[in-house]
Design a binder for this molecule. Structure first.
Ligand SMILES: Nc1ncnc2c1ncn2[C@@H]1O[C@H](COP(=O)(O)OP(=O)(O)OP(=O)(O)O)[C@@H](O)[C@H]1O
Length: 746
């Protein structure tokens, strides 16, 4: 029976006396080198007419299917497609890479030319010293050629053997050869003599040129074989090529029994599903590890693997294959230089340009040196790492991106208090460095206002017509419409554990942040939290579980890893534990694109960040987007926990004033807190009284909107005895709203 015979014939066979060996035994018999068993397809015919491979044959399960040997054309075509090499080299398809390559080539050529130009005198001297030896070689060579010296050993050999015939034959041949060679040599000599006399008669420049050329040629001929004329302008530091032997040797040094067994059986030659290829400034190796070995097992031994490959640790990046691959698929990228030492291209937004939070912005580079981008809109971000790995730099970078989108309102909190985020202050709507009581009170008031803002935004979005807001979330158009107040709000917090572990307000911080993480992204509020202690207390579960983007630099254990990168991340091979202490700024980025990626974040130091922030400030000033702290009108009250506009209104009014005109109220508020409310009352000197009253009433009405309070017409007799009908507030509404806010905040 051939393997292609239909199953219908197989079931008519007599029962085998010995049951077929179990599947595991079959696989083990050939050392695990056989392909895995294909899954048994479902039986299509209940009466057994059309039997399949999974069929039970009188107690014996037929493991190998009859059509196993049939070529699966579709699978083969798919496999072939997967192995197709790009028609145009990837570096040529990418404009930045092509530009970088061209820049490198020009720089390289320039360096080599300059290096040798500077050494021309040395090379001249070298050639001059070697030229006598060259002349000697030319003379001897010409003499030996003319006399047919190279055939001399043959003639001697014939004479020694007393082979007269051969000797005479060789002699005759030599005479013939020497005769015409002498003529050629004589002609050459005469030509040289003529040329020499022509040079003697020529001018000094020609003589010098001919002499230099002669010396150069004779010097070149006189150069010993083991010496060079030119020095080496570029010492090659090219890392040795990665070959399958090197990879197998390195894997065999990891002390994994299954690998060693497979190496002994097959030498590891069948582990490579695709050729080892050059991939950017390194090598890409794809591997199907032996049965039972997972990509995780290798990643855990990254340092040993690097030792086995004889490469610095920063060059060796093992990763699991694509998500739909089996667990034994390993993608190993071996760089020529450690990732942290490879020259990074300049950040495209460092000197020019603005960002759009709805669009991807460059954040870092991958192992190949290509830009990796992030889109901040509609995500919450958590950043975790052990201290000194680059967490604050990443937070600052993300906030700079936000700063370069003039619409974005930045709330910046540096709870470490060292001023690392101070470059952002010139563009921040709210900014605080430190964890003193007043800093906490300021942040709490800001967060409470943000939660109120979140609720306002949900209502605004809910009430917008479908054609303006089809997905019930902020769109770029809505964010740019100042009247709606749906601009992006980006809250960046360094060392966020200070908030969540606060003995008095920790729970409230957690509650508000959870709300912002869950509901904020849809309404344009982006919360970015960074912590150096990613545990359940520093990064409460409801927050870590709902973050859309995760950035993890080096962490020490798998709990911290999973806290930042998501549950089971470590188990599935996304391991920030494998980064070394020298991998500063290198992180796993999850949440941008389909797969987590290893990224080296852009290095923007504090002075550069300051320059960028000042550029962003100028852009904001020009477009009227400078607000809050940056504009010197910090809207957030900074005295006392409960201080809000509502509390301030109650403070400047009395119980007897059931209703009060808005313009009167604004003047009183401006007296109470000039820094906060002064701008509402501070109108151009030529403003008419009516316009001033309208402007003040509008400012107050806008400020009360987030609390759901509407102003009303108040028809009263003023202090001058005249009746006036102007916009105003009902004091009771304010008291009720304050009660509600405080209760919600507890
Ligand atoms: N992208 C980067 N490339 C290279 N080096 C970097 C990068 N980012 C940060 N570093 C280096 O890492 C150092 C620590 O960075 P940073 O202050 O951001 O760490 P941190 O994790 O916030 O530390 P801490 O927890 O103590 O605040 C910096 O001084 C900087 O030199």
């Amino acid at each position: 029976m051939t393997t292609n015979e239909p199953m219908g014939e197989v079931i008519n066979l007599p029962v085998r006396p010995d049951p077929a060996p179990p599947a595991t035994a079959a696989a083990g018999a050939d050392g695990g080198a056989r392909p895995p068993f294909p899954p048994a397809p479902a039986t299509s015919d209940p009466d057994g007419a059309d039997h399949d491979a999974g069929e039970v044959l009188e107690g014996t399960v037929l493991v190998d299917q009859p059509d196993t040997g049939r070529p699966d054309i579709r699978a083969r075509m798919l496999a072939d497609t997967g192995q197709r090499r790009p028609i145009i080299a990837p570096w040529l398809r990418d404009r930045d890479e092509a530009r970088a390559t061209a820049r490198w080539a020009v720089g390289y050529a320039g360096h080599v030319a300059g290096y040798h130009a500077a050494r021309v005198p040395l090379y001249g001297l070298r050639l001059a010293l070697r030229s006598p030896r060259g002349l000697w070689r030319v003379l001897i060579g010409t003499w030996r050629w003319t006399c047919d010296a190279e055939a001399m050993p043959l003639r001697m050999h014939a004479a020694d053997r007393k082979d007269a015939d051969t000797y005479l034959k060789l002699l005759r041949e030599r005479d013939d050869r020497v005769r015409w060679r002498r003529i050629v040599a004589g002609a050459g000599l005469a030509g040289t003599g003529l040329a020499a006399s022509a040079v003697m008669a020529a001018d000094g420049l020609t003589q010098a040129g001919v002499l230099a050329g002669l010396v150069a040629v004779l010097g070149w001929i006189g150069t010993p074989q083991d010496k060079r004329i030119l020095d080496t302008a570029v010492v090659s530091t090219k890392a040795p090529k990665i070959t399958s032997e090197i990879v197998v040797r390195a894997l065999a040094s990891l002390g994994i029994a299954e690998i060693n067994k497979a190496v002994a059986a097959t030498g590891g030659k069948d582990w490579f599903p695709a050729p080892i290829t050059r991939d950017g400034p390194g090598w890409r190796v794809e591997l199907d590890l032996p049965y039972g070995v997972t990509a995780n097992d290798i990643m855990e031994r990254r340092a040993k693997l690097a030792s086995g490959l004889r490469r610095p640790l920063g060059c060796v990046w093992p990763e699991p294959g694509e998500e739909d691959e089996h667990a034994g698929r390993l993608v190993l990228w071996v760089g020529d230089r450690p990732m942290s030492k490879t020259k990074q291209p300049a950040w495209p937004l460092a000197k020019v340009g603005k960002a759009d939070l709805f669009q991807p912005a460059p954040f870092g580079t991958d192992q190949r040196g290509r830009f990796v981008e992030v889109t901040l809109m509609f995500v919450s971000v958590i950043i975790g790492a052990i201290p000194r790995m680059g967490k604050t730099f990443i937070l600052r970078l993300l906030l700079l991106i936000a700063g370069l989108d003039v619409r974005a309102e930045l709330h910046v909190y540096d709870l470490k208090g060292t001023g690392d985020l101070s470059p952002l202050a010139p563009v921040a709507h709210a900014y605080r460095a430190g964890d003193e009581d007043e800093d906490i009170a300021y942040a709490l008031a800001d967060l409470r206002a943000l939660r109120t803002e979140l609720r306002r935004r949900t209502k605004v979005i809910r009430n917008l017509p479908k054609d303006r807001c089809p997905e019930n979330k902020v769109t770029p158009e809505l964010a740019s419409d100042k009247a709606l107040g749906l601009h992006p709000i980006v809250v960046g917090v360094d060392e966020c554990q200070v908030w969540f572990e606060h003995p008095k307000h920790g729970a409230e911080f957690e509650e508000i942040c959870t709300d912002l993480v869950k509901r904020g992204p849809a309404v344009g509020i982006v919360l970015i939290l960074a912590t150096q202690r990613p545990d359940a207390k520093s990064l409460p579960k409801p927050i870590s579980a709902n973050a859309g983007m995760r950035i993890c630099l080096k962490v020490m254990d798998h709990d911290a890893n999973d806290m930042v990168l998501g549950t089971s991340a470590h188990k599935t091979g996304i391991k920030a534990t494998m980064f070394s202490l020298s991998d500063k700024g290198i992180c796993y980025l999850r949440g941008e694109g389909d797969h987590p990626r290893i990224v080296r974040s852009m290095y923007i130091d504090a002075p550069t960040a300051e320059t960028i922030a000042h550029r962003a400030r100028a852009m904001r000033k020009a477009t009227g987007y400078l607000t809050g702290y940056a504009a010197g009108t910090d809207h957030t009250p900074d005295t006392g926990d409960e201080a809000t506009i509502l509390a301030d209104i109650l403070a400047v009014t009395t119980d007897t004033e059931d209703k009060i005109w808005s313009h009167v109220l604004v003047d009183r508020l401006a007296d109470l807190r000039p820094a906060v409310y002064g701008p509402w009352a501070d109108l151009p000197p030529n403003t008419s009284e009516t316009d001033a009253k309208t402007a003040k009433a509008t400012a107050l009405a806008n400020a009360l909107k987030p609390y759901g309070i509407r102003t009303v017409q108040v028809n009263r007799t003023g202090p001058n005895g005249e009746r006036e009908n102007s916009r105003g507030i009902v004091r009771e509404h304010i008291a009720a709203a304050l009660d509600k806010t405080q209760n919600a905040g507890r």
